[in-house]
Design a protein around this ligand. Sequence first.
Ligand SMILES: Nc1ncnc2c1ncn2[C@@H]1O[C@H](COP(=O)(O)OP(=O)(O)OP(=O)(O)O)[C@@H](O)[C@H]1O
Ligand SMILES: [Mg+2]
Length: 892
Amino acid sequence: MSRWKFVGRTDELNRLLSAVTGTEGRGLFYSGNAGIGKSRLLREGVAALPTDRYAIWSIAASATTAALPFGGLVQVLPAEQPQGLSPAGILRWALDVLQQQAAGRRIVLAIDDAHLLDPPSAALVHLVARAENATVIGTLRNGEQIPLPIRALWTDDLVENAELSPMAPAETAGLLAAILGGPVDAGSADRLGRLSAGNPLLLRELVHAASGSEELTRTYGIWKWTGRLELAPNLTDLIDIRIGQLTPGVRAVVELVAFGEPLGLQLLNQAVDPTDVEVAEERGLISVIQHDRRTNVRLAHPLYGEVMRRRCPVSRTRRLQAHLAELLERVGKRRRDDLLRVAVWRLDSGTAQDAALLLDAAVQAFSRYDVPLATRLARAALEAGGGFDAAELLATILMFADRPEEAIEVLDAVSPGSADSRRLSRWLTVRGMVTYWGLSQESTVEEIAARAGDLADSADQARVRAFEAIMRLHRLDTATALRLSQGVLDRPAASIAARELARCTIAYLQAAQGQLRRSGTAVNQVHSEAARWRADMPYLQLALELARGTRLTLAGDLAGIDAIVADEFADLAGAGDFRLGTGYLAILQAYAARLRGQSDAALRTSLGACAVLATSRVYAGLAQAERAQAAALRGDAAQAAEAMAEADRTQAPGMAVLYPWLEQARGAALAAAGDLPGAVKQLTELVDRLRADDFAGHEVHVLHDLVRLDQATTPVGPTCSDGSRRSVAQRLSELSERVDGVLPPLLARHARAAVAGSAADLLTVADDFAALDLNLYAAEATATALHRLRRERPAAANEARERLAALLNRCDLIRTPALRAGAPVLTEREWQVARLAAEGATSKAIADRLYLSARTVENHLQRIYAKLGVTSRAELRAALRAIPGHEGGDAS
Ligand SMILES: Nc1ncnc2c1ncn2[C@@H]1O[C@H](COP(=O)(O)OP(=O)(O)OP(=O)(O)O)[C@@H](O)[C@H]1O
Ligand SMILES: [Mg+2]
């Protein structure tokens, strides 16, 4: 009764196949209850695809692989992963590997039980789904927690999600015949079909339970069931009974597989009697799968594992895990993942004594940013006698898990004497990091500066100096930060990690000062050395991200931001595990969404960043500032003000270097509240401060904010020798020659066009903004132009109105002062819908009349309401009449 033919499910199978072979490129996930037939359907679908056209990978996630980073994809990735890559690097590498092996064919990833994917695997799946030439299909069991990147597959419209319903009665009858290998009497088929409620696994277990008894008999070739079950039995109960009846030998096989799948067949055969393995396979409890050059054993159905693990008492579970660890150690760890598997089994079974093994595994888990697992492993390493190295690692991980107090405790227990220069240097830096960023103790800087001098070794000294420098940068002691970093770079003895950390400090400063090109070169340099610093200082990635993110935001390089957000999706996927990384990238993403005019996404993403960073003292203020900006963009003054109050409450003094973002957001919040004089005062003072700090990279943006508030002619800065002061527009022109990139000259042109009041120039500027995807600025410049045209050349206003409408169509609800100054604009289609709606037609009626779907009409209406700032059809009528050029008129 191991495998019978596939029955029914024709429509479902076709739907799955056309998801892959169709032109849309959108994948398909089937969800449904346990045993309903999802896995089988997926398998049949995959088997039906021609391998000359599709490069297909089948992945079966399971409870045991879910515990390991990339555990779900062991079947897909080559055994040897390159060392020293960041999680993003691993993702990129993995995608490259798939592309290479696909050799031009379309990639198909088939993922069974995708809810059980570990976060990095889930992130990779998401990355693959976004590739042009790939389709992802899979299954999900109902009622299970789904990893974020997988859920994002359908919110990002990369896959469709369909429910797999129970089998129809005719299908269950056919399935019964297939299981029993012969026709079944109609009444029996009907009763069994109803009892199983169309669930094939339940049907199979029912038959299994009845077979061999007198209830199930065959007469003249026809099967008949005379059982008297009235209530449908519980699926797990049936499995439970079946497993309870296994011989001890077969049971041992199923148990080992339940805790260790996928297990190599060879390894399993060493642990148990091979005939028992065969019996277990015959009974359909396990399946043996050939993969690459390995033969793996898995459970035939995940429910067997669930029942098995639940039945297993704690003491026995631990013995089994210890046994598995021994087995794997004995045959030799072959894959990089085997180290982690052994370590986790050792941990879970309470037999973790090998400090070196645990420490190795902790480093590996941390370098994949699996913070919870890394914490457990490092703590175990420390407890197993791992000493200083284990303490250093554990403290570092704790710091990134927002547990600074515990980190200090761990460090203080291993405080080294000054004789050991290397240890002292490492101890000082980690402890410094915890107290400075974790506990907001600014005096840290002076403390570690004072002790750095005691270190005998030049390399050890350089390490401490590099930390001192980045701390000084954060608290705005920029001149010293620069001098110290330069000093580290000049020291031949300095380690790669110390050197690259110093380079990050410099790169950040260069970006803030507007030297974006040099900053970019430095960032690339740090990035290219990653393999040489990652193991020593994995958290250097954060300093790198900060420098890179600052440069990209200041350059207005939205595509660049998209690229790193996509790259680092692994961190996002960590669902809050590596929060600083996740949170910071979310802030960048919100910024990009905001400048694109996607206010919904900007607000949602920045709120997400606030949530992830709520307990951290590092970027919480920055996240709140971005939230204030997003709220202000939507004209939500109350939320903007509330976010600013939160920003002030959470902003740590040790993060003073971020002040430009906070103060800029404060200006936006004031403007949103209608306090224009307050906003202008706030922003002009900020311009002065940025000028004094030499942060020209920031200054151009704040000056441009003033232009957006119609202040291009407002004087800023000191009085010049001729007794006058420069205007915003003049200062922008001046800076556009000093600050790198295409943006500053464009901002300066915007200012000059505003001063000149030239609609034509404003429209060209808007085009250039739009080409950079800066829809918000493009829409504002167009609105200003339109405003002028309406007054001066009404005949020429139409075209500008259409352009504005098209731009606003790319945006969600946006309500900035510059946009509010002009009148609302609708596309032709929206006008048609709006007029019909204003006349009182229902969405359905409008849909019929205009040959649209009701949903499209609803979408149009929502946008119309947002643009006009109305909430009902009654208001709509009045608002439409108030728009020049469209008074009255009918909907034709
Ligand atoms: N259409 C079908 N024809 C023949 N056998 C089927 C069919 N659908 C399911 N089965 C069999 O029924 C059993 C349960 O199906 P399957 O493993 O696909 O369930 P599932 O929905 O994946 O359950 P879970 O959520 O627990 O993973 C399997 O043995 C499978 O081979
Ligand atoms: Mg399944």
